[in-house]
Design a binder for this molecule. Structure first.
Ligand code: NDP
Length: 493
């Protein structure tokens, strides 16, 4: 049993070495429904002794037991079974995700479908990992072996809870690593749920451990732990910097998927309706709680006023509502903390720019962390609302004059996760694509993300890539094997 029930609120344990265990201290932390502000679960709060147990389990599973002997083909089969279980339980998982994170149920269903697809993709890739034969002189043979990097600590945020877990677990399992996943304290419930599928899918105990707790305790202890070989982190740039410093002591491999302040650039020749929709979708999907949100909307001056007006009109149609209602397009923000943070940016924005629409709490909700989709315009790129990641439904519209100014403003940011450009002019589109310093650039769209293509940032949006073969690479070491074919003694003396 993974859970026990006390006064109607479930208490969830941590999943270590194939078993559900309470925190050594017995401590738990509350988990909320952000649409009602009510506690919906209590979860075991791990600290250093729990981290020791989880690392010992992952270490033992990596170093001995059945896992190192498992073939790549077997790991693929396990991943396929996990994908099947996830698909069979889409409705249940989407319901949990939507309740826990506040995202609309329709979006949660898309997320769970993507989770299953991610496991399937890496199921297929597991037995396609190959080394090379290296062209050394004829009296020797040199080849490379690809080996799993070891025990991976995987720390994820709350905006796409199970999807972020899948992006990390699936390639790690395919590579033959063992894992300790730490979900965000706000949204642990779907990761806990899928641990129930591990045994049936054939994952040996200790291969994947789910450890819940707070970032500053559980997360920090994992990053510092000498038994961990690699840290895969998705979250804020501020925490990414802390992680790099801490991981330096043991020189762990680190990959960072951090935040962004992505430019979404509109030229006058873009398809008008698609462009306006793309601007809104790019910044408001998932309540704007998206690392690649197109939160800086750059519009050429000749269409600027008309574009802001059209965005404003269409924003009025966005249906805010309870996450589980199927017509809801925007739910509450994930937590009180995030609501307060975004609200403070709304006040900053009102001093820095003009408000086209929104700017506060929607009046129809008595409870819940709801905020209006907000468009600021006449924003200068030096404003805080243009430079700092807000991670909520807040757009900053910035005018520009010509292609080179668009590129200059777009690149004038410490971040470099994503960008998009809208134009029918193929020459202009590709000139802009080549000039943008970002890890992902969309042309005439914003946000489509496929498991087959790489994901990750330039500059302070992190390093390393997830998804596709790039995501698997990050969990592999390269061993060079040299074989001497020349029996002549070494002419050393
Ligand atoms: P945080 O950086 O605050 O937290 C991310 C994770 O790190 C959480 O699990 C958190 O735990 C943990 N953590 C916090 N402090 C530490 C620490 N000192 N040591 C180790 N772990 C720690 O980010 P948010 O959860 O607020 O997520 C939003 C951020 O994530 C945004 O900046 C967003 O852009 C980014 N993001 C990036 C993506 C990408 O692919 N590039 C995708 C999705 C989000 P806890 O929550 O328990 O405190």
């Amino acid at each position: 049993m993974s859970t026990s029930s006390k006064a109607g609120v479930q208490t969830y344990k941590n999943f270590i070495n194939g078993k559900w265990v309470p925190a050594v201290s017995g401590a738990t932390f509350p988990v909320y429904d952000p649409s009602t502000e009510e506690v919906i679960a209590q979860v075991a709060s791990a600290a250093a002794p729990d981290v020791d147990q989880a690392v010992a389990a992952a270490r033992a599973a990596f170093d001995s037991g059945p896992w190192p002997a498992t073939t790549a083909q077997d790991r693929g089969k396990i991943l396929h079974k996990l994908a099947d279980k996830i698909r069979q339980n889409t409705a249940r998982l989407a319901d949990i995700e939507s309740r826990n994170s506040g995202k609309p149920i329709i979006e949660a269903e898309y997320d769970i479908a993507d989770v299953a697809t991610c496991f399937e993709y890496y199921a297929g890739l597991a037995n396609k990992v190959m080394g090379h034969v290296n062209p050394v002189p004829a009296n020797a043979l040199s080849f490379t072996l690809r080996e799993p990097v070891g025990v991976a600590a995987q720390i994820i945020p709350w905006n796409y809870p199970l999807l972020m877990a899948a992006w990390k677990l699936a390639p790690a399992i395919a590579a033959g690593c063992t894992c300790i996943l730490k979900p965000a304290e706000q949204t642990p419930l779907t990761a806990i749920e899928i641990a129930n599928y591990f045994e049936e899918a054939g994952l040996p105990p200790g291969v994947v451990n789910i450890l819940n707790g707070l970032g500053e305790t559980t997360g920090a202890a994992l990053v510092a732990h000498p038994g961990v070989d690699k840290v895969a982190f998705t979250g804020s740039a501020a925490v990414g910097k802390i992680i790099v410093k801490s991981a330096a002591d043991t020189l762990k491999r680190v990959t960072l998927e951090l935040g962004g302040k992505s430019p979404n650039i509109f030229f006058p020749d873009a398809d008008w309706e698609a462009a306006v929709d793309g601007a809104l979708f790019g910044v408001f999907i998932n309540q704007g709680e998206v690392c690649s949100a197109g939160s800086r909307i750059l519009v050429e001056k000749s269409i600027y006023s008309k574009f802001v007006e059209a965005m404003t009109e269409k924003t009025k149609r966005i249906k805010l509502g309870a996450p589980l209602e199927r017509e809801t397009k925007m739910g509450p923000l994930v937590s009180k903390e995030q609501y307060d943070r975004v609200s403070s940016y709304l006040e900053i924005g009102k001093k820095e720019a003009k408000v086209a629409i929104g700017g506060g709490r929607p009046k129809q909700f008595g409870k819940g962390y709801y905020l209006e989709p907000t468009i600021f315009y006449d924003v200068d790129n030096s404003a805080r609302i243009a430079r700092e990641e807000i991670f909520g439904p807040v757009a900053s519209v910035i005018p520009f004059d010509g292609e080179s100014e668009a590129i200059r403003i777009a690149n004038d940011t410490p971040y470099g996760l994503a960008a998009a450009v809208w134009t029918r002019d193929i020459y202009k589109a590709f000139r802009v694509v080549k000039s943008l310093r970002a890890g992902i650039v969309w042309v005439n769209h914003m946000q489509p993300t496929y498991v087959e293509a790489p994901w990750g940032g330039y500059k302070q949006s992190g390093f390393g890539r997830e998804l596709g073969p790039w995501g698997l690479e990050e969990y592999l070491e390269t061993k060079q094997v040299f074989v001497n074919l020349d029996e002549t003694p070494i002419a050393w003396y």
